[in-house]
Write a protein that binds this ligand. Structure first.
Ligand code: UD1
Length: 433
């Protein structure tokens, strides 16, 4: 099934429970390779990226079993250090196994990681930091070979607070002799979640939640039981959907503390919000007001992952709003697709100006990345009539049971085979252009 058929034009109404965070469970799964033992991870979303991380652990010799939302991981017999290209190429977060394998075995080989096409996505910050801890790194025709018979302590300052580089340093530090001080570390809540999991394993980490992490390497590690934090980006996506469509929804399990800049924009756009650590409710009536300009930034700034969903939420606002994307080079692939719904958006470099229109029309569109595809669903929900969204394999990477949750909010939708609607050249027809 490769297309979603959405019947749009109705307000959303109802309650759903937000799943565990994709960007937290992936580094936590990599962390289970740090020490051969048994792990019990609650609140793990059933999404393609998690299945891929499980496939990597199995390929390295470990076992992963799902029981509902719980993953049971056994890495006692996992002694592999080579990750093949077919597993590396599908997901950026596969590179997080590098730090974990280096810490445990002193070596790791893999190809460059894949992931959403958002522009250049180098891993120089990861590799530079590991080299500062004593790893020798060879990059050759897309292959990464790392060796570190004895990782040592270091003071490392990241040039940019990269989420992945911060996580790789945290993981590698568990196996070093000495103390690692990581400055200008990323402060995303998912990094704190990884650090808390590492503490549950026995790791000694201080400065969690700040931009300076201090890790005393070599602490004895053990298996652990842990509950993964809720997915703030999934929660933001549903909030944006309701802001765009109108209605009233309640997101159980969502932690409002992690979404302050998103909630501020939604409030500025005229939504009524009520939130706590365990729940967020949103009510929206009529058209959105134009909020102040939105600029993406590392946490605690406005998340780049919510840029596309928020743009879709504001397509019918009264007035206009400027978006600036500062994290990724090419993160406006959804814009030409949103225009098919009748949206008025101009882009120039890393900025996009959205002029609100009175109404959207249904369209046939194709998502090319995870959050961009979510933005297309949000636009389709607002357009009275039937829209078709191709490329939903991207949605499967990051949204657990998206269709079921949308149905619980009153949406009528169905899945269709990828062949439906294709013309003979294999290109997709452009209804509603
Ligand atoms: C993580 C998230 C992703 C989110 C992003 C930014 C996961 C699995 N993914 O991705 O959803 O959009 O954070 O919040 O957690 N960079 C370099 N060199 C490096 C590393 C990064 O130049 O070695 C650049 C990247 O190209 C990008 C920027 O830094 O422009 C941010 O990347 P980073 O914070 O590392 O994001 P990811 O960990 O890939």
């Amino acid at each position: 099934m490769d297309a979603l058929i959405v019947h749009g034009g109705k307000p959303l109404s109802g309650e759903i429970t937000i799943s565990g965070a994709k960007n937290a469970v992936l580094p936590i799964l990599a962390a289970t390779m740090l020490h051969g033992d048994e792990y019990c991870l609650h609140n793990c979303p059933d999404i393609a990226d998690v299945r891929l991380a499980a496939a990597i652990i199995r390929c390295l010799g470990g076992r992963v079993t799902r029981r509902g939302n719980t993953l049971l991981v056994d890495t006692r017999l996992a002694v592999g250090t080579v990750i093949p290209a077919d597993l590396m190429g599908k997901m950026r977060a596969s590179v997080l196994f590098l730090g974990a394998l280096l810490a445990r075995f002193g070596e790791a080989s893999m190809t460059m990681p894949g992931g959403c096409p958002l522009g250049r996505r180098p891993i120089d910050l990861h590799l530079d930091a590991l080299a500062r801890m004593g790893a020798s790194v060879v990059l050759w025709e897309g292959e990464i070979c790392c060796e570190a018979p004895a990782l040592h302590g270091a003071t490392i300052e990241l040039q940019f607070p990269s989420v992945g580089a911060t996580e790789n340093v945290l993981l590698a530090s568990m196996g070093c002799k000495g103390t690692v001080v990581l400055q200008n570390a990323a402060k995303e809540p998912e990094i704190a979640d990884l650090a808390h999991f590492l503490q549950a394993m026995g790791g000694e980490i201080s400065g969690i939640g700040t931009d300076t992490l201090t890790i005393r390497g070599g602490a004895p590690l053990s298996g652990a039981t842990y509950t993964v934090m809720p997915d703030r980006i999934e929660a933001a996506t549903f909030l944006c959907a309701c802001a765009g469509c109108g209605g009233e929804i309640c997101l159980h399990g969502a932690d409002g503390r992690h979404l302050t800049p998103v909630l501020d924009v939604l409030t500025g756009a005229g939504c009524e919000l009520c939130w706590s650590r365990k729940c967020i409710t949103l009510r929206a009536q009529g058209r959105r007001k134009a909020p102040p300009a939105i600029e993406t930034a590392p946490y605690p700034g406005f998340p780049t992952d919510v840029q596309a969903p928020m743009m879709a939420a504001l397509l019918r606002m009264e007035g206009s709003c400027r978006f600036s994307e500062t994290i990724f080079e090419r993160r406006f692939a959804h814009v030409p697709q949103l225009r098919r719904f009748g949206a008025e958006i101009e882009t120039e470099g890393s900025a996009a100006l959205v002029r609100g229109v009175a109404s959207l029309r249904p369209a046939t569109v194709t998502g090319t990345d995870l959050r961009g595809a979510a933005a297309l669903v949000i636009a389709a929900l607002q357009a009275p009539g039937v829209s078709t969204i191709y490329g939903i394999k991207h949605l499967r990477r990051g949204y657990d049971n998206l269709e079921g949750k949308l149905r619980a909010l009153g949406v009528t939708l169905s899945e269709a085979d990828g062949g439906v609607g294709k013309n003979t050249t294999g290109n997709f027809p452009c209804h509603g252009v």
